[in-house]
Design a protein around this ligand. Structure first.
Ligand code: NAP
Length: 256
């Protein structure tokens, strides 16, 4: 389909859609009539459940460990084949493992950096590379990256995570310029804490109230609030906003 045509169903790949924010994003696209490839890595049953509960039809499941470059490439091709093309890629899958610099062993430090960059940054880059031919064949489309407030504010207990998301932002800006001539926008959402399993340990721990108090709303984001921003960034009306970052942090951190 043409990218500016909203009357027909678009083909959308959402990585990390087995749970959390990715599942909410997949549900949002499906609710507006799009066909969604629900990607999972280890949570097969939850992905199957997510797929079964999506509104509409034409949705599919795809699996890959995004730390594996070949698997990331095949994932995108599988999604495009099963959906009959690709109009939107959402790079949402990610990992968040604490490794505070003064309390982490050398071995754990190396593992945290390798794994975090492999999944959050390099996995997203590989998926994007492999999505480009499909998006070009579709006449244009959108890549939306789920980044983080931590890219701007810093992540003192999880520096690899902050670096991976800052890298994702820089990658998105480069690709926005490279792909605009082909009718493809590349953007990022930057959530603060979101009520998912990834944040559960922090939010349910002794520092949870302080985290919620960072926002004048006195709470963290719901996954659906991140999905709402992603849906807009993937819409034809947002095409000229390519290269942008949309904060979803309840004014907990205001960039100037
Ligand atoms: P989550 O509930 O922990 O879900 C993570 C998702 O990523 C799962 O679907 C998981 O798949 C997938 N995933 C993890 N490792 C993977 C790998 N090696 N290969 C492929 N997929 C993998 O996390 P979430 O909170 O929804 O986070 C989604 C995105 O939002 C992430 O990029 C995260 O950095 C970002 N974010 C989250 C927060 C927050 O507070 N929650 C804040 C800012 C940004 P399986 O379960 O199938 O393994």
């Amino acid at each position: 389909m043409r990218p500016d045509d909203t009357s027909t169903s678009r083909a959308v790949l959402v990585t990390g859609a087995s749970r959390g924010i990715g599942r909410a994003i997949a549900t949002g696209f499906a609710a507006q009539g799009d066909r969604v490839a629900v990607h999972w890595s280890t949570s097969r049953e939850r992905a199957e459940q997510a797929l079964a509960e999506l509104p509409g039809e034409g949705h599919v499941l795809v699996q890959a460990d995004l730390a594996d470059a070949e698997a990331a490439g095949h994932l995108v091709d599988d999604a495009a084949r099963l959906l009959g093309g690709l109009d939107v890629l959402v790079n949402n899958a990610g990992v968040f493992t604490a490794h505070p610099p003064l309390q982490t062993s050398w071995t754990d430090w190396q593992q945290a950096w390798s794994r975090t960059l492999a999944v959050n940054l390099v996995g997203a880059a590989h998926a994007t590379f492999r999505a480009v031919p499909h998006l070009v064949a579709a006449g244009g489309g959108a890549v939306v990256n789920v980044s983080s407030r931590g890219a701007f504010r810093g992540e003192p207990d999880n520096p690899a995570y902050g670096a991976s998301k800052a890298g994702m932002n820089a990658f998105a800006q480069s690709m926005a310029i490279a792909l605009a001539p082909h009718g493809i926008s590349v953007t990022c959402v930057a959530p603060g804490f979101v009520q998912t399993e990834m944040a559960r340990e922090v939010l349910d721990g002794p520092g949870g109230d302080a985290v919620r108090a960072q926002s004048p709303y006195g709470r963290v984001a719901r996954p659906e609030e991140v999905a709402s921003a992603v849906l807009w960034l993937a819409s034809p009306g947002a095409r000229f906003s390519t290269g942008t970052f949309v904060d979803v942090n309840g004014a907990s951190y205001l960039r100037s």
